[in-house]
Write a protein that binds this ligand. Structure first.
Ligand code: PLP
Length: 465
């Protein structure tokens, strides 16, 4: 039987090296939930370290919530959603050595986010009417004043919508769930790009919706392939990221937007247009909701501009769907908290949100320039103002091995595998969120380690007979 034996590398005490190797193997999927770690004495012998070293490393990893010791049975990798372990996306929240997490699409940190929120809170505190609204139940789709505030802001950002068309929700993920719950029943089909936002994939799974994966090329979703699928297999809705595909960064061409809309009309399916990954207006195409307002839901969120913690966003909904979406909101939560919408609107109305966005765009420009400088020799794609790079790996390289190698150097990125719809094969490619590094220095360090790992792969990690 094969036992998992890590290669220890790096500096510092051996228990720490082992601990990092275990955590890297869990992150890369080499060790999966339910896998048993090698018996401690066997591993100590295999690595030439003391039993105490292994015991200490196992104890530390258990302290991080990634494994669980079961008396008399051994140590097992926890389920990612384990009851007191952190789910995979929140590794970065844990107290964690010197790791640089480029696996999450987070806006670049800036103290002005906290300051802007603080000012909005202080202003709200002085407004008894707003506090009264925050205490009471309110209409499912949000207060009219909040909907109009979002509409004015979106108009400014190049997304013309009216307050009447908007429904306030709790961010992009909530928008996806509401759209699927309102449009599709269990067993019905949802089409999506073959690589898609992981939240869409899990929402569809949870609702028992079947996904149909569609190919994407450098003009975006392959609408001809979609047309062929429509003939064979009707579906209720298509989820698509036309402006900034997550993860490949591709933009859907104008010709394909027209063709897509014509197809949606011919075969009568809904369009769920995800615009959460914000890009400046010059980088975007004609929105689908402008081309086919009667059948397109647009999802927009503050998460990539102000921050994800407030859980706030809006969806632009065709009038025919308003009732279904508000029913979905009522059955989930009655309504999004008016307290949060009020704070967000104060932030927007004060002009602070625009100033923050302006800074963010400049900061992202600097980060993209750094990425071009350090990784220019590799064939990655990126969009000005976008949070991430998409890097198809050089021939012969595997994403899982690169991930593991980088994790040993305390850098985290995301493999294409995370975005695969259904059982579609994963390309050997990775997404690197340059926005997420805490500052330019740590981005530079992480990208230098990535470049180094691309130039000098570690030997294959597998040991088996
Ligand atoms: C394409 C896409 N849609 C939706 C979401 C979820 O957005 P939110 O954080 O507002 O829930 C994300 C988050 O990264 C995303 O990338």
């Amino acid at each position: 039987m094969t036992i998992w034996i890590p290669r220890l590398s790096g500096e510092g005490p051996r228990y720490r090296q082992l601990m990092t190797a275990i955590e890297a193997a869990i992150a890369s999927g080499e060790l999966r939930p339910g896998d048993r770690l090698p018996p401690q004495r066997r591993l100590a012998d295999a690595l030439g370290v003391t039993l105490g070293t292994v015991t200490r490393a196992y104890g530390e990893v258990e302290g991080h919530g990634l494994v669980e010791a079961r008396v008399g049975s051994g140590t097992y990798v926890r389920d990612k959603q384990g009851k007191d372990g952190l789910s995979a996306p929140f590794r970065h929240v844990a107290e964690h050595h010197d790791m640089i997490d480029l696996s999450l699409s987070l806006p670049p940190p800036h103290g002005e986010r906290q300051a802007g929120l603080g000012r909005a809170m202080a202003a709200m505190q002085q407004d008894p009417q707003a506090l009264g609204h925050a205490i009471d139940y309110q209409p499912e789709g949000g207060l009219e004043s909040h909907r109009h505030c979002f509409a004015r802001w979106m108009q400014k950002l190049g997304m013309p919508v009216s307050g009447e068309e908007l429904i306030i929700n709790q961010g992009g993920m909530n928008g996806i769930f509401l759209a699927l719950a309102a449009l599709l029943g269990p067993g019905e089909r949802l089409a999506a790009e073959a690589l898609s936002y992981p939240g869409l994939i899990s929402a569809a799974q949870q609702l028992g919706v079947r996904t149909v994966a569609l190919p994407v090329d450098d003009e975006g979703l392959d609408v001809e392939a979609l047309a062929r699928r429509c003939e064979r297999q009707p579906f209720r809705a298509l989820y698509v990221m036309p402006d900034h595909h997550n993860p490949t960064t591709v933009k859907l061409s104008e010709a394909r937007r027209e063709a897509l809309v014509a197809l949606a009309r011919r075969h009568d399916f809904w369009l769920i247009e995800d615009g959460v990954q914000y890009l400046p207006p010059a980088q975007r195409g004609t929105p689908l909701y402008r081309l086919a307002p009667e059948r397109t839901l647009l999802l927009f969120s503050i998460s990539k501009i102000l921050g994800g913690g407030l859980r706030s966003g809006v969806m632009r909904v065709p009038p025919a769907l308003h009732g279904r979406i508000t029913t979905a909101i009522r059955t989930q939560s009655w309504m999004p908290p008016p307290l949060i919408a009020d704070l967000v609107c104060r932030w927007i109305d004060s002009g602070d949100a625009d100033r923050l966005l302006q800074w963010q765009q400049q900061e992202l420009e600097r980060r993209h320039a750094l990425a071009r400088e350090l990784l220019g020799e590799f064939d990655f794609s990126a969009r000005p103002g976008g949070f991430y790079l998409w890097l198809p790996l050089p021939v012969g390289r595997r994403a899982s091995a690169l991930l593991e190698q980088l994790a040993r150097r305390q850098v985290w990125i995301t493999p294409a595998e995370a975005f695969c719809v259904g059982s579609e094969p994963a390309p050997q490619a990775v997404r690197i969120c340059i926005s997420a590094a805490r500052d330019s220095a740590s981005l530079e360090l992480a990208l230098s380690r990535l470049r180094e790992a691309l130039h000098h792969p570690d030997p294959a990690p597998w040991q088996t007979l």
